[in-house]
Design a protein around this ligand. Sequence first.
Ligand code: XMP
Length: 527
Amino acid sequence: MASAFDPGRFDRVAVVDFGAQYAQLIARRVREAHVYSEIVPHTTSAAEMAALGAKGIILSGGPQSVYAERAPLLDPEIYDIGVPVLGICYGAQLLALQLGGKVARTETGEYGRTPLRLIGVAASHPPLTSPLFAGWPERSDVWMSHGDSMVAAPAGFRVTACTENVAVAALEDGDRRLYGVQFHPEVAHTERGQELLRSFLFDVCGCRPSWTHTSVIEAAVEAVRAQVGGSRVLCALSGGVDSAVVAALVHKAVGEQLTCVFVDTGLMRSGEAEQVESTFRGQFAVDLVHVKAADRFFYALDGVTDPEEKRKAIGELFIRIFEEVAADHALARGAFLAQGTLYPDVVESGSGSAATIKSHHNVGGLPEEFGLELVEPLRLLFEDEVRAIGEELGLPAEIVWRQPFPGPGLAVRIVGEVTPDRAELLRAADAIVLDEVRRAGLEREVWQAFAVLPVIRSVGVMGDERTYAYPIVIRAVTSEDAMTADWARLPYELLERISSRIIAEVPGVNRVAYDITSKPPGTIEWE
Ligand code: XMP
């Protein structure tokens, strides 16, 4: 078994995915309430759902209309297996429709912040209570995003909330424990959204809040031990957060059985190799093989300018070096390979465009043909959980909060041929960008901030001298998941500081530009 751990030890909630990214956000919010959540496809049958043993089911929103030709449906028998269901937006409409209610394409869609009014709170004596809205005032703001609207609840259901334009904004059948809300409790703009989710999880489903970072670490450690027994485990450190957390976790589980391999390609960010050394060899006393391979990478990149060829050359050499290390240390036979696969990769793989777009990003990873059984202790975790666990395991903040970095490193940020001098120049400029962004307190707000070196020259003047030197392009973006991104509105003063420092401190640069392209149409990296 490719290990994560046995989720059976945690109460769990199934989040049914009806498309787009809604399900992942809901799943994260559930986990923030300390309940384990798992994303399941909408094609899951009632029998499969029952076998899953979930204590609650949440139907996510989705981009379609319930009346669209290929609208994703749910096996209606799922409403009868006795597990509480909460439908959100599309999920609520689908639930209403499948159980005999009415959904109409009204002229009154609602988008954005919308005042919600609970029904029967003030008017009836005693007030009508819904476990979902316990403690809510009669009116509060929620976040809406729908064109179709529910116009009649199914038999046995009661309408619990409305808005100015929509008569059915929430509904429930308390006896069958079926609930629907038209608004999005998972987004921060819904004032009491997290409270509503908690009420569903704890008061309706009776979940225990056992999904904590400590218990996740414990479960992962146990699973790694059970999987690898007394065998050796190899882990390729990249300098980034995922592989660092994997290594720290596996080390906690099996100590000296772990060997970490760090291949210094000469294309890393400033200080990264030193950080890996001091953390893993110094702090954790891990058996670390540090391969200083910069010369080999520059040799392999000699004369290469095509972005895909660069990636290929780097990827192939990386694998060759890794194989050499494994052979040298007589490690490969019967060993395991620890890898930092995360939950979004697992959910997205095999489905739609997200998977295709990401496939070229596996460069720098190790191929399946490598033949080692994988240990993937982060397989069920989201990025924010990985960071939290990394902090709990004692990894330094510099690693835990490190921004994403492409496997081929600085090579895909030098637009043109990669040489040691150019890598050195870019590394120095990049360090200034990050340093200033960090000082401005924006490091965690931007997804990535870095420098790019287009291999062209332009004319400038410094002192009395005419210069003819490289430009540096600053790229800084905000993003949720790297699939789309916007250029970060960095303050002018910050850009000015970065620009002056780069020109003053990095010889060979006489001009600094700021990239103001979003993704799409641009990509985050330049190659
Ligand atoms: P793009 O440039 O496609 O990048 O908008 C999206 C995210 O992926 C990272 N990236 C890579 N990561 N190997 C990786 O491991 C790669 O070859 C690679 N190319 C891009 C990029 O830094 C951004 O976070």
